[in-house]
Structures are given as C-alpha cells and as structure tokens.
Design a protein around this ligand. Structure first.
Ligand SMILES: [Zn+2]
Length: 228
C-alpha cells in the first residue's frame, strides 16, 4: 500500500483540505478588503506596533521590515518584531491589526504567558519531528517497512499535532491583547476595531484548519496501525 494512493487516505485528507482552502479564501478576502481601508489616525503598522511595545516598556525591541506577503512574525529568540512591507508601512486597518497582533506575541513573551512558554519549549522537538516524520515515512515506503516504522511515524506526527493545538490559544490570545491595547491607547476607533477583528479572526481560522487537517491525518495513521 502506498500512502497517497490509499482511498481511505482521501477520506481523511479531504475535509482538512477543504477547510484549509475555505480559510485561505476567507483570509485573502478579509485582508484584501481591510488593506484598502485607511485608519483615521494615519498610523503605519510599524508605528502602531512601536506604540504598543513602548507602552509595555519594550522600548528596546526592534520593529523591522521583512520581504514577503503576510510574512509578519515575532521572533522570541531575537526578541524582535518583523513586519511585511505591506504592514510595516501600510496605514490601513489590516496593517495596524496585523502589527498589533505580532506585538501581542511580544506581550505574551514578556508576561511569560503559559501557553506561549509551553509552545516555545516544544518548538525544538517539533522542528525535529517535522524533519524526522518525512524521512522515516519515506524510508518506510521505499523499503516496504512502513508497518514496522509506523509507531515512530505516529509519535512524530503526534508531536506536530500537539504543537498546532497549543498554537491556537496562543494566536487567539495575541489577537485579544492586540485589540485591547489598540483600543486602550486610543489608536483605533470602534468600527476600525471591528475590521481588525475580521482580519485577525480569518487569520486564526487558518490555524484551526491546519489543526483539523493534522488531527485527521493522525487518525488516518492510527487507522493504518490498526490494520496491521
Ligand atoms: Zn500570531
């Protein structure tokens, strides 16, 4: 049996794939719409992030521009915020929302928010598992010993799934902190905040889709194991 040609696999993979596509469509729709809506304050994403970080006493934390579309992220190792050009210099609801969300991760780090710390702690083993999963799977198929290595494949994939599960509360909490700070510091109006919610909720949905897809994949692997 070859992984990709098992009809049972498609049964498990299809729902995740469809939810993933739906989430991507929703995100590009929401982001596309609100990256054309200017914020009344005239602030760029970078300026909004700077205000939130400074307010939290993180005056030394750099806010830098990175290439790529929606490549925005907070780097906990470098303790720096990286914003895509569009959001770094954009003066739109979407730009300010995304920049504030990434600042939210910096606030989580500063506050030693439990889920954030846990996610950081399991990041190295997740990275290793992501690599090992593919290699072991390939070895299993090439040498026809998939059934033998299946428990290892399942264990590595379970780690990846756990990481995605922990990512959800971290993402939702970062968005919650973002909206709270934007409003508290008077950087956005109420209607702008609603637009930001739509963009950030759509972004969170892609993480939900990723988790659903992984859980189904894991169930498939467990079903394979039961067939042994
Ligand atoms: Zn995030």
């Amino acid at each position: 049996m070859i992984y990709g040609f098992d009809p049972l696999y498609f049964l498990f993979a299809l729902p995740g794939l469809l939810i993933g596509i739906w989430a991507q469509v929703k995100l590009s729709h929401a982001y596309g719409k609100y990256s054309k809506v200017a914020v009344e304050s005239g602030m760029t994403g970078a300026q909004a992030a700077r205000r939130i970080l400074d307010d939290a006493g993180l005056n030394d934390m750099p806010v830098e521009e990175v290439p790529g579309h929606l490549s925005d992220h907070y780097d906990p190792v470098k303790r720096a915020l990286f914003l895509s050009s569009e959001n770094f210099s954009g003066r739109t609801v979407a730009a300010v929302g995304v920049a504030a969300h990434e600042s939210g991760h910096a606030l989580q780090h500063q506050a030693a928010y439990g889920m954030f710390s846990f996610r950081m702690a399991i990041a190295p083993v997740t990275q290793f598992s992501s690599m090992a999963y593919g290699v072991i799977f390939l070895i299993g198929i090439l040498f026809h010993i998939l059934q033998v290595v299946l428990p290892i494949v399942i264990a590595t994939f379970a780690v990846i799934t756990l990481f995605q599960l922990v990512t959800l509360p971290v993402e939702f909490d970062a968005s919650r902190r973002a909206k709270e700070q934007l409003f508290r510091l008077g950087l956005v109006r109420e209607d702008e905040r609603r637009g930001i919610s739509k963009v950030l909720d759509a972004a969170a949905l892609t993480y939900v889709a990723g988790l659903v897809s992984s859980v189904l994949n894991l169930l498939y692997l467990l079903a394979l194991d039961r067939r042994r």
